[in-house]
Structures are given as structure tokens and as C-alpha cells.
Design a protein around this ligand. Structure first.
Ligand SMILES: N[C@@H](CCC[C@H](N)C(=O)O)C(=O)O
Length: 290
């Protein structure tokens, strides 16, 4: 039976996409992670505040429970059990997986000298490589193109490209990032293409291979950054700029992606795989009674 002493947490962020981390190595503390509890933890006034919760748990625990597939866990020791701020489950989080890797390294739970850190996610295993000074590169896997679609905010609509990065995205090029309005409610999107909701990115060009984005995250609202969204934006931008075909580029294409909370770099490889680089920061640790 867990006590409040078990309820350890850490708080961290990647380009200000912020998360509550719940160490629960053997899955004995948080059970199935109640959605209402996640929402309370993420509440910015009555809770700790966060765009999502990451339960730090051994992959084998979730596989044994039938909570995730053996494919998603692969040979990883650690799993990113990710929840959005409203308690809903997401397959992947590109900023969160760097923050989790940083925690595993700083807590001595993995040896960074042993090579890239494999982390299980519901979007498959991701490998994270420390770059030094709190920077990490993540092999985000292939981007799967979902085709042309449309998104809307209020009366305005835009053409968008659907991209699956393990989780679903729609990327719309806009004239000005302010065109997306206050993003207090989820943009309109095609429920046929996105039966489980979608993360929507609005993009403007800044320079050659340099774009800026805002995002409305499924289950969390507007956030200061989204790593999977940045990779979707990378792919949509490279296609729009004629630097790649649907299968990927002939040579690696690298973009700088400015987000409200900082700067990310994404690379689309000829193999079709994408890599995301950016910072990971831990800001607090403690115990919560929530
Ligand atoms: N912030 C994340 C994505 C988090 C999950 C997303 N809201 C979803 O529901 O798919 C990122 O950095 O990728």
C-alpha cells in the first residue's frame, strides 16, 4: 500500500513544454494512473502545473500488465508512460522523452557512456543521445504522411498536411502566427482522419530552413512547444520547400524550428527517419499529496 512518502515527483521542461514526472519504477505506486489525478497534478493553480505527466516505470512492468505492447517496449528498460494535462493517454512526446532521459541520466538510472538510451513509448522505442550541456538528440522514427486536410479556428480555415509522428498532427502554414487567435479551444479538424483528436501546428517561414510555430496540443491546449509537432513541421516545411519527396529527402535536411518556449532543431534523413535536438531541464523535485 503506497503512503504519501511514495508520492515523489520531479518537475521539468523541454523548451518550456513542462511535465510532472512520477517515479514509479515497479508500478506499485500509481496503479493505472487515474486520469482525474493526472488532471489535478497538471492544474496550474490547484496542482503542480504541467502540460503533461510522465510516469517513470520499467517497461517490463507495463508489458506484464498488458498495458503496452512488447513492440512498444522493445528491449528498453524504461518506459515513458505519458498523459496529457486532461488525463488522456498519448503515444509520444518529443520534448518529454528528452526530459525523461535527462532524469534517468542525472538519477544514475542509466549510464550515458553505454550508448544511446532506449526508452519505450506507445509510439515505439525511441533512442536518446546526450549532446552535453543538457542537450539531447532523439531518433523520432519515420514520419508517416496522412495527406492533405484542413484545420479551422473560428471562421477561418487553412489547408494542412496530416503527419503521424507516433501521435497525430496537422500542420497549417499561416501568414502570421497571430492568425491562429488565442487557441483557447481545439482547432477544427477532420474527425474522419483524426478519430482520437489531433495536435495542430501553425507555421510561418522565418528564413531558409528556419520556421516558427505555435501549437494546440490535443488534451493540453496551447503549449510553449511540442517536439513531435516540430518534427511534423520539419517534414511539412521540407516538402513545401521542394527539399524532399513523400519518401524523404535525397540528403539530410535540417531545419531550425522556433517555438514560443525556445528553439528546436529537426533533421529529416533519406531513410525517412527524423531526429529532434533540444534542451531538457529539471527544475524541482519533492513529494505531493495530490
Ligand atoms: N508535447 C508533446 C506531445 C504531447 C502529446 C500530445 N499532446 C498528444 O496528445 O499527442 C511533444 O513534445 O511531442
Amino acid at each position: 500500500m503506497p503512503t504519501t512518502d511514495d508520492y515523489a515527483f520531479l518537475k521539468g521542461h523541454g523548451t518550456e513544454n513542462d511535465f510532472v514526472l512520477l517515479p514509479d519504477h515497479d508500478g506499485t505506486v500509481h496503479g493505472d494512473l487515474d486520469p482525474a489525478r493526472v488532471a489535478r497534478l497538471c492544474d496550474r493553480r490547484a496542482g503542480l502545473g504541467g502540460d503533461g505527466v510522465i510516469r517513470v516505470v520499467r517497461s517490463a512492468v507495463l508489458v506484464d500488465r498488458g498495458a503496452v505492447t512488447a513492440h512498444d517496449a522493445g528491449a528498453s528498460e524504461w518506459f515513458m508512460d505519458y498523459r496529457n494535462a486532461d488525463g488522456s493517454v498519448s503515444e509520444m512526446c518529443g520534448n518529454g522523452v528528452r526530459v525523461l532521459a535527462h532524469h534517468l541520466v542525472t538519477a544514475g538510472l542509466v549510464d550515458p557512456a553505454a550508448g544511446p538510451i532506449a526508452i519505450g513509448t506507445r509510439g515505439g522505442v525511441k533512442t536518446v543521445t546526450p549532446l552535453g550541456r543538457g542537450g539531447y538528440a532523439v531518433d523520432m522514427g519515420p514520419a508517416v504522411l496522412l495527406g492533405e486536410t484542413r484545420v479551422g479556428v473560428g471562421e477561418r480555415t487553412w489547408p494542412a498536411l496530416g503527419v503521424d509522428m507516433g501521435n497525430p498532427h496537422a500542420v497549417a502554414v499561416v501568414g502570421d502566427l497571430a492568425d491562429a487567435g488565442d487557441l483557447l479551444v481545439a482547432p477544427d479538424a477532420d474527425p474522419g482522419l483524426y478519430p482520437r483528436g489531433v495536435n495542430v501546428e501553425f507555421v510561418v517561414r522565418r528564413d531558409e530552413r528556419h520556421v516558427a510555430m505555435r501549437v494546440h496540443e490535443r488534451g493540453s491546449g496551447e503549449t510553449r512547444s511540442c517536439g513531435t509537432g516540430a518534427c511534423a513541421v520539419l517534414v511539412a516545411s521540407a516538402l513545401a520547400d521542394g527539399l524532399a519527396g513523400p519518401q524523404g529527402p535525397a540528403e539530410p535536411v535540417r531545419y531550425r524550428i522556433d517555438v514560443p518556449g525556445g528553439v528546436l532543431y529537426g533533421t529529416w534523413e533519406p531513410s525517412g527517419r527524423t531526429t529532434l535536438s533540444g534542451p531538457a531541464v529539471l527544475v524541482a523535485s519533492g513529494r505531493t499529496d495530490l
